[in-house]
Design a binder for this molecule. Structure first.
Ligand code: CP3
Length: 344
């Protein structure tokens, strides 16, 4: 059995002092991140520069001593590697030429996927030898549905109008895109594990946008396929699912995907998660990232409520979504100190 607290919690152990890491723990709230990003050029240049990507992954660990490092990259390197060129414009988020027809779909090219992603895999290898001995290394990918929304919309979206239209009006085309993403994402995650990733998180940020029937098919289906593939091809490597916004369908997600851990968004009620999810897998979450902006006693109370409710079973402390840029670094320090001194 591993001595790394994060992996022990994912294997189902309850720890008196729960391990923690934070989604988007490397990012713009840290001045040293902003400096390294400027040095890299663009955000994608940073993702494809193994030395600098290792550096920004390590920055939050040096300050706060998280129990896990998450590979610094982005979910949109998959469309980029499929030759749907991704650009990040300052203050605007990602922009891609949208996929909305058979012709667009046929322009995607999955040959050489892992060659394109070689710099990201080099970052994983660099991290495996650079992180502290008790820190675990998390690899990740976007879930097919969430990645497909960016590919079809051509960027971020409020209502996923184009993605849903394609899903319902051209179901065969949509299914082909999803199948391609399941295959590419699986190959990529297996390659991350072979490069040294010790656990995998699948980010389905927009899972909550789908009605039940489509949620079961396009959120649960691909997550189950990816989890089954990892469990069978790389036994012992745990998978965490993050079906953000799934509501009561969190339970079906956990039961049917067979994930080892589930990441809770901010809205999931703690007692419900303790009763319905925690007997079935390790839970992770779910502090509101805006409480980390507010700080003070509201932050302390929010942290303690989560630790009290979820600390009785297998649990990893995290946020309900990523750290936002206005977060004062001192508030993250306050959180880390409080977590490390907790004995439940
Ligand atoms: O958690 C970590 O520290 C690891 C790195 C990581 C990033 N993105 C870095 C990043 C991870 C795991 C992601 C996942 C990701 N990327 C998701 C799923 C999780 C979530 O946050 O919902 C999504 C939807 C994306 C797509 C994406 N990347 C968007 C929409 C944007 C623009 C919005 C924004 O915050 O600027 C990004 C950019 C991005 N990814 C940044 C970082 C640190 C900011 C880029 C910058 O430096 O300007």
């Amino acid at each position: 059995m591993t001595a790394k607290p994060f992996l022990r919690a994912l294997a189902g152990q309850r720890l008196a002092t729960p391990p923690f890491w934070l989604m988007r723990q490397a990012g713009r709230y840290l001045p040293e991140y902003r400096a390294t990003r400027t040095q890299a050029g663009s955000f994608l240049d940073l993702c494809y520069n193994p030395d600098l990507a290792v550096e920004v992954t390590l920055q939050p660990l040096r300050r706060y001593g998280m129990d896990a490092a998450i590979l610094f990259s982005d979910i949109l390197v998959i469309p980029d590697a499929l030759r749907q060129r991704v650009a990040f414009r300052e203050g605007e988020g990602p922009i891609l030429p949208p996929i909305r027809s058979i012709k667009d779909l046929d322009s995607l090219d999955s040959s050489g996927l892992l060659d394109h992603l070689a710099p990201v895999l080099a970052t994983v290898r660099g991290l495996a030898s650079a992180i502290p001995a008790t820190t675990a290394l998390i690899g990740f990918a976007g879930a097919p549905w969430t990645v497909a929304t960016y590919m079809i919309e051509g960027g971020g979206s409020k209502d996923f109008g184009h993605a849903k239209h394609l899903m319902w009006s051209q179901p065969d085309l949509f299914a082909r895109l999803m199948d391609l993403l399941v295959k590419a994402t699986g190959d990529y995650l297996i390659a991350q594990i072979d490069a040294g990733a010790e656990a995998i998180q699948i980010f389905d940020t927009w899972a909550g946008a789908l009605p039940e029937t489509e949620f079961r098919r396009w959120v649960i289906g691909p997550a189950r396929a990816l989890t089954e593939r990892i469990h069978s091809e790389r036994p012992g490597v745990p998978v965490i699912g993050f079906p953000r916004g799934a509501g009561v369908l969190y339970r079906a997600y956990v039961e049917e995907t067979k994930v080892d851990g589930v990441s809770l968004d901010t809205a999931v009620p703690l007692d419900w998660a303790a009763a319905e999810l925690q007997p079935r897998c390790t839970v992770q979450g779910n502090l509101d990232p805006l409480l980390l902006v507010a700080g003070g006693e509201a932050l302390d109370a929010g942290i303690d409520r989560i630790l009290t409710a979820l600390g009785k079973g297998p649990f990893i402390f995290n946020l309900g979504h990523g750290i936002v840029p206005p977060t004062p670094p001192e508030h993250v320090a306050r959180l880390a100190e409080r977590l490390k001194s907790w004995k439940g």
